[in-house]
Design a protein around this ligand. Structure first.
Ligand SMILES: [Zn+2]
Length: 139
């Protein structure tokens, strides 16, 4: 079934034809700072010339916290969930959920980008959000 990101401009979903999952981001043409999600104006130099710079999703856990309330309707709340800041290998630091199978987060643990379905529309379309799962191969 078709999938759609919970908000436009957050994720570039795989298309099944070789296009891989990426976080949407842009880079300031003036100073090089990268933003996820993309911004129309650079926070560092106030430049308005920005170029797409989709991000690959391997990184290291920088910080995390437990959340007991849903950020948006339809998100998992049964036992709360972890929200993390992750230092991507190629930068920058981004925010995302930790995957449900990350039972005990550890600062410095290796993570990889994934998606999870937060609700299914009446049409059958799956609404997805990105998360970071433990990357056991690179722990
Ligand atoms: Zn800039």
């Amino acid at each position: 079934m078709a999938k759609r990101a919970i908000e436009p401009g957050l994720l570039r979903l795989p298309d099944g034809e070789g296009r891989e999952l990426r976080l949407c981001a842009n880079r300031c043409d003036g100073c090089g700072v990268v933003f996820h999600p993309p911004r129309p104006v650079c926070l560092a130099c106030h430049g308005r010339a920005m170029s797409d710079a989709p991000l690959e999703g391997a990184g290291t856990l920088y910080a995390f916290t437990r959340v007991a309330m849903a950020m948006r309707p339809g998100m998992r709340t049964e036992r709360g969930y972890w929200v993390a800041h992750v230092d991507l290998d190629g930068g920058p630091r981004v925010q995302g959920l930790l995957a449900p199978d990350v039972a005990e987060p550890r600062i410095g643990m290796r993570l990889r980008l994934g998606i999870e379905t937060v609700r299914v529309e009446e049409s059958g379309e799956e609404i997805v959000v990105h998360h970071f799962a433990a990357d056991e191969a690179r722990a």
